[in-house]
Design a protein around this ligand. Structure first.
Ligand SMILES: Cc1cc2nc3c(=O)[nH]c(=O)nc-3n(C[C@H](O)[C@H](O)[C@H](O)COP(=O)(O)OP(=O)(O)OC[C@H]3O[C@@H](n4cnc5c(N)ncnc54)[C@H](O)[C@@H]3O)c2cc1C
Length: 383
């Protein structure tokens, strides 16, 4: 039996904690915040009674049956389909760009085959080897759709011109030639009936797990444990000694109203001159509940400064070079495994986070059974 310290009580460490506890180890989970569930934390707003996703809207979606079965062990999940709208150039459209969006945008009544031809005629075929996000989008959908649905939103989201972003951000053709407006093309999609925090609390509810909130990590804790799982920022573990990895952070302007404010959970704002990227109306994430009042988050994206919450890893060339240096340093550690979105400096959806956490716990089990030293990373950190 080992004695493990897990820093951070988000999905990554909650799942690892549970698996290690079930393997018979003693596990202590700490978090500097006053709640578990990390950035997925949700709580009821005292004024409206609406369940609010405190760090921004979270929709669970996956194709992974193992992950879906796993989270269903820890609470009830309600059916939820995310249907996103966007306001652009004075009109409301449905996203992702689908047949309805195309027909509305061009004022046509195209069939799927006609729409394909129309988009092909818009696409900039002179771009043979797209290098930037802008070139990729122009090549896929052409200038008009790019300007309406990608340019302003992406610029606000990342704080740079889309021609400075790599083409890899837009991997596939972002267009559907049917009327399917389900934002996520995954087999399973849902919302936890009592919120994400209740699910994470249930995952952590095991006699071998002790949770300590309002507790930040300090180096002297290391002596008391056999091994540490670190789900905080990779650079923070090393006290930022090589510099700071770049992140985007979010500011939320919270407002309440009577009744229904926008009639949908998420509405994006595609125009560059609107300073926010989207508005989330939280009661629409729980359509099975009734509330007289409503609470909304207007979302602004900006560069993450020292005191801000890191949300999205930027991963541009400069960050990747620094990441490589931190990975080299981390690879010399023998008492720490770096996990999760901050520990490995990657954007991870919840389902991927849980899948990786389950796999990490399996690797730990195998390593301990064969007396190996536990690795600093159990995911591919090639930069
Ligand atoms: C705005 C936004 C929207 C998202 N929407 C979705 C979505 O719709 N669907 C989806 O699947 N995924 C979504 N995600 C991704 C989701 O948030 C992550 O998959 C998930 O939070 C990863 O869990 P984690 O445990 O790795 O990290 P986190 O949830 O960030 O947990 C890390 C924890 O470590 C703690 N910590 C850090 N440093 C220390 C320290 N020194 N001492 C003690 N504690 C520390 C932090 O307080 C935090 O609680 C979204 C992410 C963002 C940013």
């Amino acid at each position: 039996m080992k004695n493990f310290l897990l820093v951070g009580a988000g999905f990554s460490n909650a799942v690892i904690a549970r698996e290690l506890a079930e393997q018979g180890h003693r596990v202590t989970v700490i978090d500097q915040r006053n709640h578990v569930a990390g950035n997925c934390h949700s709580e009821r707003d005292s004024e409206t009674d609406v369940m609010v996703h405190i760090y921004g809207p979270h929709i669970f979606h996956t194709d992974n049956e193992r992950v879906w079965n796993y989270i269903n062990r820890f609470g009830e999940w309600m059916p939820f389909i995310n249907r996103v709208k966007t306001i652009s150039q004075g009109a409301v459209y449905s996203l992702p760009i689908n047949l309805h969006t195309i027909n509305q945008f061009f004022g046509k009544t195209c069939s799927p085959a006609e729409a394909k031809l129309l988009i092909e005629s818009q696409a900039d075929m002179s771009i043979s080897d797209p290098q930037t996000f802008e070139e990729q989008a122009m090549r896929f959908v052409g200038k008009d759709l790019y300007k309406a649905f990608f340019y302003g939103y992406t610029k606000k989201q990342w704080g740079v011109e889309p021609k400075e972003l790599p083409a890899s951000i837009l991997k596939r053709l972002p267009v559907r030639f049917n009327y399917d407006d389900n934002y996520f093309a995954h087999k399973y999609q849902g919302m936890p009936k009592e919120g994400y925090t209740a699910i994470v609390k249930n995952i952590l509810n095991h006699p071998n797990i002790e949770v300590r909130l309002n507790t930040a990590f300090s180096q002297d804790m290391k002596a008391k444990f056999d091994h540490i799982f670190w789900s905080g920022p990779l650079d923070a573990y090393f006290d930022f000694e090589l510099g700071r990895l770049g992140y985007r952070t979010l500011d939320f302007e919270v407002f309440r109203a009577e009744g229904d404010y926008q009639g949908n959970a998420v509405i994006n704002y595609g125009d560059e001159n609107v300073p926010y990227t989207r508005i989330s109306e939280h009661k629409h994430f729980a359509p099975w509940e009734q509330h007289a009042k409503t609470i909304c988050y207007r979302e602004f994206s900006r560069l993450c400064e020292e005191k801000d919450i890191p949300y999205y890893p930027i991963r541009l060339v400069k960050d990747k070079a620094l990441l490589k240096q931190y990975v080299d340093k981390a690879n010399k550690e023998t008492q720490v495994t770096f996990v999760g979105r901050l520990g490995t400096y990657r954007y991870l959806d919840m389902d991927v986070t849980i899948k990786e956490a389950l796999e990490t716990a399996e690797h730990i089990k195998e390593a301990l059974a064969s007396n190996q030293v536990l690795a600093p990373f159990y995911v591919n950190m090639d930069v």
